[in-house]
Write a protein that binds this ligand. Sequence first.
Ligand code: ADP
Length: 261
Amino acid sequence: EEQITTKCIGKKVVYFNEVDSTNVIAKQLGKTPGYHGTLVLAEQQNAGRGRLGRKWSTSKGDGIWMTLILQPQIRIEHASMLTLVTALAVNQGIRKVTGLNSFIKWPNDIVMNGKKVCGILTEMSTINEKLECIVIGIGINANRDSFPDELKNTATSLKLESKKEIDRVSLIASVMKYFEMYYEMFKKEENLKEHVKDYNEMLINRNRQVKIVGNDSEYIGLALGINETGALLVQTDETIRGERKTVIKTVMSGEVSVRGV
Ligand code: ADP
């Protein structure tokens, strides 16, 4: 079994048998100084959530349901980049521990054979427009054997993919190690300059057609990869004053959803 060998990230663990949501507990703890790097872990979540209040399905004892608390001195506008830092760390951890190739679906999911194996939900709390804490929820379907009907075609677990039981402690330790490394790279200039190459190599959408669905428009284009802010660069054709032109759009996370075509 791998031990947690980080300096700070995941050094303190708060462990629960059952909670409603590890993100809710983490946000509560994160109000008190001194919790930077603390990991909240639970065997079961009774009210796990995804983005936009969507439901996150969990099972007891066979998943990794955890939330990392950060209390960083960074600009609020830069917080969303931590979702990509996390995706990178989780993907590396999964590859290391399973020996299988998982991929990142921009910006925040990890997929294997086209199915979601992990979701990441970053939330932050502020007081007087200052950042109090950032919590990063990570849900990994580790040793789950089956999914409810509505997820059968879109979700999978590491065990289903590798046909082996996963050592959850090793995976958590590995993710923490990669996170600390990528987080320190991020902290230097608060950008993803040094992550772009690794991220794009593991990006499932890269060089594929994607459909960008925004609030009031949608278009199809070729995903080229992320830039140093974490935006997805998408090459598409546009008609500008009657002329057909190839343009590169900068797609920010949060405002759109990306689908394979
Ligand atoms: P996305 O970012 O892909 O839009 P979210 O981050 O909002 O999705 O996650 C919630 C969605 O993930 C749910 O609507 C459901 O489709 C899917 N989902 C829920 N639980 C699981 C799970 N355990 N494994 C994989 N997918 C799940």
